[in-house]
Ligand binder design. Structure first.
Ligand code: HEC
Length: 349
């Protein structure tokens, strides 16, 4: 604190009694504005650092950041999250309460309403779709094992997600069959196009609800068990809740075939419970999913790990174990590799 008091006194015109900043605005002006600018844009007349801080007024970049990441950066400095060491750490001079107040203050620079906050941007489960909209590419391999009919099958699904507006997201997903066992060949399965929208995110940032619809296009090859039969409409609801240090995420989807009468409507329901072991972007997360398709139920215990300090790359691995109607399901090794393509992969020097 001594260091900061001297700093404030130096800036105080002679004759005025030096005040320790107390409101979040005063604290920001005294300790942060020299680099982040009084208006939060990071554009200062006389820059003291070479790294350019994030523009806090740009809602599209700030809102998806969770408070937990910022708490760490403000307390420990930029490098903890792969950012420049030119962002100093204030953990020795500021209390947790002051850091919270500063984060709330920084949040006010985004003046556009409607953006859901990153506090409900929970770690992605393997099957349960996230309610939070993302700019991501996700590669999801799955290998079923002991499939008597086909001697096992592997599928790699590539998903591209892109946000639009404050709350929307487009998505395209293309599954590719990779095994050639039991007379099957490699090829494209049914491609899905989708859009989702955040219906509700509470101001305390503890819950989020999204709805959307996917259209499954019969691009797969008929009679190979990978679709190709009919266009299907798939409306869904997604919810996420923060429950102390845990996240609870749910998905309910109905798959309605549009023309082929031999195909039946299916209900897909997934529930994930899990937690991140720290607020670091590179943290480990542990969780378990309950995965249902009609009367077939499975559980998927899983581990997730941020691969870079910035959190731009992450991977998850798990095993989907049938628990109800086991004869009609197979154990599957599943996982993903994801890339948040708007975040830098490499940590700042
Ligand atoms: C000496 C200059 C400097 C000072 C003083 C400073 N910062 Fe920073 N800050 C930076 C730089 C530079 C970055 C960006 C680093 C990067 O992107 O690699 C940054 C990044 C951040 C971030 C992370 C944004 C992101 O990219 O996710 C937060 C939050 C932050 N600063 C808050 C604060 C707060 C609060 C204060 C005052 C208590 C403060 N900073 C004081 C230079 C500074």
């Amino acid at each position: 604190m001594v260091r900061l008091v001297t700093f404030v006194m130096m800036l105080t015109p002679v004759g005025v009694i030096a005040q320790i900043p107390s409101t979040s605005h005063e604290m920001y002006t005294a300790w942060c504005a020299s680099c982040h600018a009084e208006n939060g844009t990071g554009q200062v007349d006389v820059p003291t650092v070479t790294a350019e801080p994030m523009d806090f007024t740009d809602c599209s970049v700030t809102t998806s950041e969770p408070d937990a990441d910022w708490e760490l950066v403000i307390a420990q400095g930029g490098p903890v999250a792969g950012l420049s060491s030119q962002m100093p750490g204030y953990g020795d001079s500021l209390s947790g309460g002051q850091i919270h107040a500063l984060i709330s203050y920084i949040r006010t620079f985004c003046s556009e309403p409607g953006w859901p906050l990153g506090n409900v941007n929970f770690s992605r489960p393997i099957f349960t779709e996230k309610a939070f909209p993302e700019n991501e590419v996700v590669i999801l391999p799955s290998v079923s094992h002991g499939d008597e009919e086909n001697g096992g099958q592997g599928v790699i699904k590539a998903v591209y997600e892109r946000r639009f507006g404050t709350r929307g997201q487009f998505e395209i997903s293309a599954p590719w069959r990779i095994n050639a066992v039991g007379g099957r060949s490699t090829g494209l399965n049914d491609v899905t196009l989708g859009a989702k929208y955040v219906i509700h995110a509470n101001s305390a940032s503890t819950r989020i609800l999204s709805g959307g619809v996917e259209v499954k296009i019969p691009t797969g090859t008929k009679n190979k068990g990978d679709g190709g039969n009919t266009t299907a409409l798939e409306p869904y609801l997604l919810a996420g809740f923060a429950v102390s240090d845990f996240s609870l995420q749910t998905e309910l989807k109905i798959e309605v075939p549009m023309s082929d009468v031999t195909e039946v409507t299916e209900v897909v329901y997934n529930v994930y419970g899990g937690r991140d072991l720290s607020g670091l972007p590179s943290t480990w997360s542990i969780g378990i999913e309950l995965n249902g398709v009609d009367d077939r139920l499975a559980v998927t215990p899983q581990l997730r790990k941020g691969l870079t300090k910035t959190g731009a790359l992450a991977t998850a691995w798990g095993v989907r174990i049938p628990i109800v109607n086991r004869q009609r399901q197979h154990t599957q090794w599943v996982g993903y590799l994801l890339w948040e393509y708007r975040d830098p992969v490499r940590a700042a020097p």
